[in-house]
Design a protein around this ligand. Structure first.
Ligand SMILES: C[S@@+](CC[C@H](N)C(=O)[O-])C[C@H]1O[C@@H](n2cnc3c(N)ncnc32)[C@H](O)[C@@H]1O
Length: 208
């Protein structure tokens, strides 16, 4: 099995948006590490990526393809997501348009990505990297992603404060954070992660 990390807060977030038997697509899946836990939860997982020897071992990827051109039928998934991958994908507008196309009406696209400041650090490393797949890397502000999702036809918002990336130590601190209404803010301040949610409207045009 190849390299990568299953983040418990991402798994929890995904499961919150899934029902049993839901059909889920991960783009830029790397080693496809979410297949195990999601399948055990009754989700039909399909992991896609381009060839990437750094992350993948044989058998890790279900379908080799670019997120720009997905070989799947219109309206065939309940949820599409990627983790730490959108910033490596060329032509992100196409990636978003393809996610919209393959999602069923009412389906959800989730982008788990790093904070802007972290993407800048990654970008500096990519500029020095000799690995081919790190040559394409872009950095974006949250407002850019929200606008791009809207342009692709999604109802979009950033929901990073809902990611359970940080827990106050002790019940008293947790109670204080909740009572002061600052739990989401405190999480945001302590997290390296952002998550963007795009919802495909139930009723709308077939193409945005
Ligand atoms: C930093 S890795 C993250 C891998 C995995 N999501 C993880 O968290 O372990 C970025 C991934 O994006 C993939 N990628 C780059 N361009 C892509 C494209 N056009 N379509 C699909 N995946 C792409 C890379 O092959 C790589 O697996």
């Amino acid at each position: 099995m190849g390299k990568g990390t299953v983040y418990p807060f991402i798994l929890k977030f995904l499961l919150k948006h899934l029902r049993a038997n839901a059909r889920l697509l991960e783009t830029g899946c790397g080693a496809g590490l979410y297949r195990g836990p999601l399948s055990r939860a009754g989700v039909q997982y399909i992991g896609t990526d381009v060839i990437n020897d750094h992350y993948q071992s044989p058998g890790d990827v279900d379908v080799y393809c670019s997120a720009n051109y997905l070989p799947f039928a219109n309206e065939s998934f309940d949820l599409v997501f990627n983790q730490g991958a959108i910033d490596y994908m060329p032509q992100p507008e196409n990636v978003l348009a393809e996610a919209w196309r393959v999602l069923k009406p009412g389906g959800v696209f989730l982008i788990f990505t790093y904070e802007h400041r972290v993407l800048l650090e990654i970008h500096a490393n990519c500029l020095k990297s000799k690995r081919e797949w790190e040559r394409t890397h872009w950095v974006f502000e949250s407002s850019e992603m929200i606008d791009m999702l809207r342009a692709a036809g999604f109802q979009s918002r950033e929901v990073s404060g809902q990611l359970d990336t940080w827990r106050p130590k002790g019940a008293l601190n947790l109670a204080k954070a909740i009572l002061s209404g600052s739990l989401a803010k405190t999480r945001l301040a302590n997290s390296h992660w952002r998550v963007f949610l795009g919802k495909k409207k139930k009723f709308g045009l077939l193409w945005p």
